[in-house]
Design a protein around this ligand. Structure first.
Ligand code: ZN
Length: 85
């Protein structure tokens, strides 16, 4: 699990904009991200602990990857609609 912040998330979102992966909502905080070129699919999960935000992806990256960046775009919208983000 990696703690996410504005800085590392911004980089991941920028990378996601170039890669344009497909994001599917499995359930709130749980997303499936597919690379349209390679077909590789990864699962991204978000959690909030003591007001700190964390994300995890099952790809081999050890930092905030673009899968997290791509999923966060949708997550931010869904979280804004939900009281318990
Ligand atoms: Zn990833």
């Amino acid at each position: 699990m990696i703690e996410i912040n504005t800085q590392n998330l911004e980089k991941a979102i920028a990378k996601a904009r170039q890669t344009k992966p497909l994001v599917k909502v499995i359930e709130f905080r749980h997303y499936q991200v597919t690379n349209k070129i390679t077909g590789a699919t990864y699962t991204v999960k978000f959690s909030k602990i003591n007001n700190r935000k964390f994300a995890e992806c099952d790809c081999k990256a050890t930092k905030v990857c673009y899968h997290i960046g791509a999923a966060s775009g949708i997550h931010i919208i869904l979280a804004a609609q939900t009281v318990t983000t």
